[in-house]
Design a protein. Structure first.
Lengths: 323, 323
């Protein structure tokens, strides 16, 4: 059902936008692409890459968020807690400030390594390499690192006008740069992360049972948590490289999935990918038409859509309930 | 108190001079008892006006770009023996007081009324007139205001006359430009936009005789001095000459922008690329930066508008906009 919605919305997204495009232009663009034809360019260079980016970023964020919430047993854990978004932003802004560049190729090179490195640092600070591993400690380390990076970032952008310009465009995540983002590479990375998540799904579930129970099932907490970290880093890192930080998506996908399909985490992960892609695509399409010809960035739309949804979820949740 | 009143009554000549040094502005009125000698410049571009009048300010406000003492190349040779202090970020009242100014230029600084009140305890502060925005005082108006405060009114008039002669010379040499339309565009952070008709960059081209893009007047410039265009439709930029403004010397994202290739201005070689310093000159729009911009742009505009697509526009070729 959700998958059918996604396919329908994907098709709609190709035909909705400020420029009206005749149906037969699509066939023409596929058969004989003309780089001087504005309709062809709109379809092939703007709407198709955007659709692709929405599917990767939304799907990957959905998977990352689900794994994150299951493993930390915290319904408010977002991949951002691991410092992924802040790490990507920090690398980007430091790079821009030092090297005086801010073009898309540059963004592509800096965002993912920044995200991955910061996730590793948070993992280490949270005691990830110690025997006595604890998800709460991991989240606390993430909160501390995020706060530090946020203040360093603020200091940098207050001093440098050009860094501020880079920051303010990047920080409201958007799919409008999809054409120039490393879509293919990030698709592979997200796919690797999602496959690992599927392979480890049963161990994540056992780990989520906690302490003695999970050890009774033969789960090694350190390894499971490291696996989760890799999944979240690959998926959320790919998403942030493609779309920038997308607000709220990571928070709202898992609760919706739990309502729609409680139980098996593998099915839950698939659902998370579909629902994540669906919401992000919907946000992007809506952002394209709501103030047309102006665009509202997808990251802003997800926050606008996500807030009421999140409050609804929070009200339904009974205290102490884990998943 | 009686003594003070007696001085005013007894010295009508001084009183007349004082009358000339009253400045009405957005935050009220500033009076100078005598023309200023030690001037602190807080506006992002106001130091150019002071340098044009032959006064090296005690400090300049860093806007963007890395230039010695915050002075851009077109104004460097005007700096006196004591180069100004470059102020970054928020203005510290302590730093300002240590400079011991007898006048503070708040014109184009964007300081708040509270900051105005605080800095006024250090020295009299000049602000913009209520009819202009914080950053929108026309350069002639600003120059005249400052020239009164430093008692160089005649010099200001001769500076203005020189700049106007420069505009006049180009209009006279290229009368056909008045039949051409021109637009000023930017591409940054995945977004493409056009500067509005009231923006100084557009005004600059109008002073050279050009007409604005048809439809620009009706454009809802939601962002103030510029408007963001839908990536699917950049036709508003498709004028007889299209000037691209860029913060950087290179703009690979603009070069790669697929929709740009659908513009006739691109296909017919009528794009001009404005690099870091030239864009800075157009953005400063000062008595010193305008002559620099005129000198650099004239050959570019001639090449763009010579009626043959084959003629290479040097800046466009250098930036990679045309092959």
């Amino acid at each position: 059902m959700a998958a059918l919605c996604l396919i329908a919305l994907a098709l709609i997204s190709l035909f909705i936008g400020p420029r009206d495009i005749a149906f037969d232009s699509f066939a023409a663009a596929l058969q004989a692409y003309d780089q001087y034809d504005a309709e062809h360019v709109t379809l092939m260079q703007i709407r198709l890459p955007r659709l692709w980016a929405a599917l990767i970023a939304g799907g990957a964020l959905g998977v990352a968020a689900m794994v994150m919430q299951v493993v930390t047993r915290n319904p408010f854990a977002d991949p951002g807690v691991l410092g992924i978004n802040a790490g990507a932003a920090f690398f980007l802004i430091v790079g821009t400030t030092l090297l005086g560049r801010a073009d898309e190729a540059f963004v592509a090179v800096f965002a993912f390594p920044g995200a991955a490195l910061m996730a590793l640092i948070v993992f280490a600070l949270g005691g990830g390499f110690l025997r006595d591993i604890n998800p709460i400690r991991l989240v606390l380390a993430g909160v501390a690192v995020n706060a530090l990076l946020a203040s360093l970032l603020t200091a940098l952008v207050l001093l440098r006008q050009d860094s501020l310009d880079v920051m303010r465009f990047w920080v409201a995540g958007s799919l409008s740069q999809a054409t120039t983002r490393p879509l293919f590479e990030m698709s592979l990375i997200a796919l690797a992360g999602a496959s690992l998540a599927m392979a480890l799904a049963t161990r994540f579930e056992a780990f989520a049972l906690g302490g003695d129970m999970s050890q009774g099932l033969g789960v090694r907490p350190g390894r499971v948590l490291a696996g989760a970290l890799i999944v979240v880093t690959l998926c959320a890192g790919a998403a942030v490289s493609v779309a920038g930080p997308i607000a709220f998506l990571g928070l709202i996908v898992p609760p919706i999935v739990r309502v729609l399909s409680p139980g098996d985490l593998r099915l839950g992960l698939l659902m998370s990918a579909v629902i994540g892609a669906l919401i992000l695509l919907f946000a992007d399409v809506l952002g394209r038409v709501i103030l047309s010809p102006l665009e509202v960035r997808a990251g802003i739309m997800t926050a606008l859509l996500g807030t009421p949804l999140f409050l609804w979820v929070a009200r339904r949740m009974s205290p102490g309930q884990v998943s | 108190m009686i003594g003070g009143a007696a001085t005013v009554v007894a010295a009508p000549a001084v009183f007349a001079q004082e009358r000339a040094l009253v400045f009405e502005h957005i935050f009220g009125e500033t009076r100078l008892t005598r023309p200023a000698k030690r001037v602190a410049s807080l506006g992002y571009t106001s130091h150019d006006a002071l340098l044009a009048l032959g006064i090296t300010p005690l400090c300049v406000r860093h806007w963007y770009g890395a230039h010695p003492n915050g002075i851009w190349p077109w104004a460097q040779d005007r700096v006196g023996e004591d180069p100004p202090l470059e102020l970054f970020g928020e203005i510290s009242a302590e730093t300002l007081a240590a400079l011991e100014p007898d006048l503070i230029i708040g014109l184009g600084s964007g300081i708040s009324e509270a900051e105005y009140a605080l800095f006024s305890q250090i020295a009299p502060v000049l602000m913009h007139k209520p009819e202009f925005g914080a950053y929108a005082t026309p350069w002639r108006e600003g120059l005249r205001m400052l020239s009164r405060a430093v008692d160089r009114v005649e010099r200001a008039e001769s500076v203005i006359a020189d700049v106007d002669t420069g505009f006049e010379r180009l209009r006279h040499a290229h009368p056909d430009w008045s039949k051409n339309t021109a637009a000023v565009g930017w591409h940054f952070g995945g977004q493409t936009g056009i500067f509005s008709k009231d923006d100084s960059r557009t005004q600059f081209l109008m002073e050279l005789g050009f007409q604005t893009a048809p439809g620009l007047a009706d454009l809802n410039a939601i962002d103030g001095f510029y408007a963001t265009l839908s990536p699917e439709d950049l036709s508003l930029l498709d004028t007889d000459v299209l000037l691209w403004i860029s913060t950087w010397d290179e703009n690979p994202d603009l070069v790669d922008l697929p929709m740009r290739r659908t513009l006739a201005a691109h296909r017919e070689g009528r794009e001009v690329f404005s690099d870091h310093v030239l864009s800075g000159a157009l953005s400063f729009n000062s008595a010193l930066s305008i002559p620099y911009a005129i000198e650099r742009l004239e050959p570019e505009l001639i090449a763009a508008l010579d009626g043959t697509p084959e003629t290479i526009v040097p800046s466009s070729q250098k930036a990679g906009l045309t092959k």
